[in-house]
Ligand binder design. Structure first.
Ligand code: G6P
Length: 612
């Protein structure tokens, strides 16, 4: 998704901006651009494709200490040079970059055209530059900027420069994240921290409605209600540059799959150690403030998107099995726009790696409005969802750079297990059951490591099946969400058609697809539904379909049906998703790389989807 970097300081802006753009590449984008203020002029460069294409057009020694830069992920208007940001006004005095969507841009454009403005792109963003220009005819730039953003409907993170005030950078935020890095004699604005951390760890989070006016020596942030200057807290973030690099792995995705054991350990850290002493419950400090409300809830509704949604589906099984808590899982994008019956006895739990996914954020806002208790399972510290939910649990998986989510999934599952145990102990779960799960949970990282040590077997198999263009991913009960996640992953990074299905549903439709060229990927650990899963496998075999199966180590019999088997260590049924997901992630990774794709930056996808 789009990324923003802005610089104002004593250094040359261009190298900082280019470096920032490269650090934002992981978010997914199709074009990039930069504007610099040079004396009384604004100079702009744009390019379609990678930041490296833009870099070819630049001379890094170019003068200018104030500038803005952007990676664009097309929403309004095709990916092209004219649609790439920054966008300028008619007089070429204002240049801006924008994340989000301006919903009333058509009306605004019509009005501005009537007033004589000439547009040079198909974007919604360009109206903002012309709108400020129009208002600034009679007002100071700050006043014009303030007034313009009040007219905008939709969402925006905006960074704006003007040659009329060549030492300043202006920003505004509504629904799209913007943070301000506070350096020595310089400030860096960005849509996420990875573009800032190599310059400073001191961060100011902008809130919705706020406007910032930044010079090399100071910054002022005004609220949107009465334009009063806000006293903003400067946070110290704990994110190292090394954490966002590949550390010897060919791709971030592979690095992050290898970080799954660590991600699980981090999620558990300090949260299960009291099991033996305190009656076998998990300790989730982030929920302390809502403890009493949580005890009264009668229903949980999980809202999330993509991989986080599949973690949520697993969460449903966990919460219903261990906490006796009726749980529904809903795509966040559906939740907001239909009539739902949540009330103050419902907790709405948002799961999000980035904490910025627009659909999930809006679902949280809707739930709040209806009086529900809102909770978050979020990885990115200080993100909007983390801040807007009533309470939450951080995943502590560290930054996830690969567009396809892997380690965040494992850490989300870990937190969901802890949550189920905590709520379970408050309800009917016995001490011994809870303790057994917690003990096994602590062994999960080691078991994932065993899978990683054996990754060559998965690689070999991926090579064998790399040319297949269709897959059916099947699983039952706890393995059903993993079938969905496995299918999503292979679609995302290998551009292979894959459908995830509940294994029992296969006979109601997808079975029609099966023939010798249409393979199935069964998630079939030795669990309570194993025999049922085998019936599905028989049905595929009877139609000459090829079968790859994930099975528990020691299960040799499965070879009678499956053509190829990938083994996972033994574990509790409820915790098997950690292990089968690692295998499914590695399989998708190797198929993607075997097919020659850039798995870290799959086409058309974005890491953080901040538009609805
Ligand atoms: C995008 C990403 C997915 C991710 C989903 C939800 O579609 O490409 O990998 O699962 O957003 O993101 P979130 O940050 O809310 O977990």
């Amino acid at each position: 998704m789009c990324g923003i970097v802005g610089y104002v300081g004593k250094r040359k802006a261009l190298p900082v901006l280019v470096d920032g753009l490269k650090r934002l590449e992981y978010r997914g984008y199709d074009s990039a651009g930069i504007s610099l203020v040079q004396k009384s002029e604004i100079k702009t460069w744009r390019a379609v494709g990678r930041v490296s294409e833009l870099e070819k057009k630049l001379d890094l020694a170019e003068a200018g200490n104030v500038g803005i830069a952007h990676t664009r992920w097309a929403t309004h208007g095709a990916p092209s040079e004219k649609n790439a940001h920054p966008h300028l006004d008619c007089g070429k005095n204002i240049s801006l970059v924008h994340n989000g969507i301006i919903e009333n841009y058509t009306e605004l454009k019509k009005i501005l055209i009537k007033k004589g403005h000439k547009f040079s792109s198909d974007t919604d963003t360009e109206v903002v530059a012309h709108l400020i220009e129009e208002i600034a005819k009679k007002k100071s730039f700050l006043m014009a900027f303030r007034e313009a953003v009040k007219i905008l409907e939709g969402t925006y993170g905006l960074a704006v420069i003007t040659n009329k005030e060549p030492e300043k950078l202006y920003c505004a935020r509504k629904g799209s994240p913007l943070i301000l890095g506070v350096g020595r004699d310089e400030f860096i604005v960005a849509s996420d921290a990875s573009a800032i951390i190599n310059h400073t760890k001191k961060i100011v989070y902008m809130e919705d409605g706020e406007i910032a006016e930044i010079t090399p020596d100071s910054f002022n942030i005004f609220n949107g209600k009465n334009n009063h200057k806000e006293d903003k807290k400067i946070f110290e973030i704990n994110l190292s540059d090394e954490q966002v690099k590949k550390q010897g792995f060919p791709h971030f995705m592979l690095k992050e799959i290898h970080q799954q054991p660590e991600a699980v350990r981090n999620a558990l850290l300090g949260r299960v150690e009291k099991f033996t002493k305190d009656g076998g419950t998990s300790v989730l400090g982030g929920l302390r403030d809502v403890e009493n409300r949580l005890k009264k809830i009668r229903r949980m509704v999980i809202v999330a998107c993509g991989t986080s949604y599949y973690a949520g589906l697993t969460g449903k099984y966990l919460l219903e099995e261990f906490a006796d808590l009726p749980t529904e899982v809903e795509s966040a994008s559906e939740f907001r726009y239909r009539k739902n019956t949540i009330d103050r006895h419902t907790a709405v739990l948002a799961i999000s790696q980035s904490g910025e996914t627009a659909d999930t954020l809006e679902a949280v806002r809707e739930a709040k409005l209806k009086g529900a208790l809102t909770l978050g399972i979020v990885n990115t510290v200080g993100s909007t969802i983390a801040r807007e939910t009533d309470a939450g649990i951080y995943c502590h998986a560290g930054p996830e750079i690969g567009v396809a989510s892997t380690k965040a999934f494992s850490s989300q599952l870990s937190v969901l297990v802890l949550l189920a145990l905590m709520l379970g102990r408050e309800r009917k779960l016995s001490f011994s059951e809870s303790k057994a799960i917690a003990k096994e949970m602590e062994k999960i990282p080691e078991k994932i490591e065993q899978i990683l040590e054996n990754k060559n077997a998965i690689k070999k198999l991926a090579k064998k099946y790399a040319r297949c263009t269709d897959w059916l991913y099947l699983g039952r009960k706890y393995s059903f969400p993993i079938a969905l996640e496995g299918a999503l992953k292979i679609k995302e990074i290998s551009y292979v058609h894959a459908e995830g299905y509940a294994a029992g549903e296969m006979k109601h439709g997808p079975i029609a697809l099966i023939d010798e060229k249409f393979p199935s990927f069964f998630v079939a650990p030795s669990d309570s539904v194993y025999e049922k899963t085998m019936s599905g496998m028989q049905e595929v075999k009877a139609r000459k379909g090829k079968i790859v199966a994930i099975a528990t180590v020691g299960n040799k019999k499965i070879k009678e049906l499956a053509d190829d088997v990938l083994h996972i260590p033994e574990s509790l049924e409820a915790l098997s998703p950690f292990l089968s997901a690692t295998v499914a992630h590695l399989f998708a990774y190797y198929v993607g790389t075997e097919r020659g794709y850039d798995v870290d930056r799959p086409r058309n996808l974005a890491k953080s989807v901040t538009v609805e």
